[in-house]
Design a protein around this ligand. Sequence first.
Ligand SMILES: Cc1cc2nc3c(=O)[nH]c(=O)nc-3n(C[C@H](O)[C@H](O)[C@H](O)COP(=O)(O)O)c2cc1C
Length: 265
Amino acid sequence: MNHVSQLLKERVSLRRYEKRAIREEDMEVILNAALSSPSACNQMHYSILKIEDEERKGQIAELCNHQKFIAAAPVILIFLADQHKWNRYNQLKGVPEYARAEGIGFREPGLSDLLLAFEDTMIAAHSAVIAAESLGIGSCYIGSTLVNDEELSRLLDLPPHVVPLMVLPMSYYPENFKRVHTPRFEKRFVVFEETYHALNDEELEEMFQSQAERYYHPSEKERAENYAQSFYKKKTGHPFMTQMTESLEQILSRWHKKWRQTERD
Ligand SMILES: Cc1cc2nc3c(=O)[nH]c(=O)nc-3n(C[C@H](O)[C@H](O)[C@H](O)COP(=O)(O)O)c2cc1C
């Protein structure tokens, strides 16, 4: 196995952090790796916030669904899906007037732009994660940024058309840290040849069997009869997922409304 494959295989989510600050030259490598990522039309629809202030880290941890461990990291990178800069630049350079004169119409960023921004942002974030790993620096994606999206956006001074997509606390792996690898679904349930293979009931049972054995512990309090019910109660059906859904719906409708409006102008 080559060095990169080994690195990918060894990576785990790190949730226990070392206080030691990350060396500036290491952070440069991490940020440059993010910036080297591919992006749609090379537009780089993202921004990265580097956060070291103790109070702000604590507030972020709270707003991201009270995940206190986040605040213990010496640094947090926040990856923002960002259409603000391109949109502002377009306004600055007379694109709306030009587009209307050309008969092609001008529109504010719409849902397709949002999708591209999400894609660009995640690719950049993962380059940062892997570059960090290569330097002995671990991290953990925190996706619950939309649980309190409005408050988080206020805390970070985010302008319109900027969405806090991913929070990434980072630190050097603590000494003697024992990596525990979480098992994955078997390849045959995830990778299909040529066309999609819809799994039948038996295959679905097989696919989830090892997770069910590992994570499902019947309890009277939970009243779940199987792993799917138990998982649904803890995650998919949990109120924080409803909060995230509502935030995302609001973001989508804001973007879409503005887009429709500028289409009509
Ligand atoms: C989009 C995304 C969101 C995540 N959000 C959280 C989170 O809010 N809190 C957390 O502790 N881990 C979070 N994780 C980490 C996953 O739980 C972790 O990647 C998964 O369990 C596999 O474990 P591993 O990364 O150690 O291989 C997130 C991962 C991803 C990719």
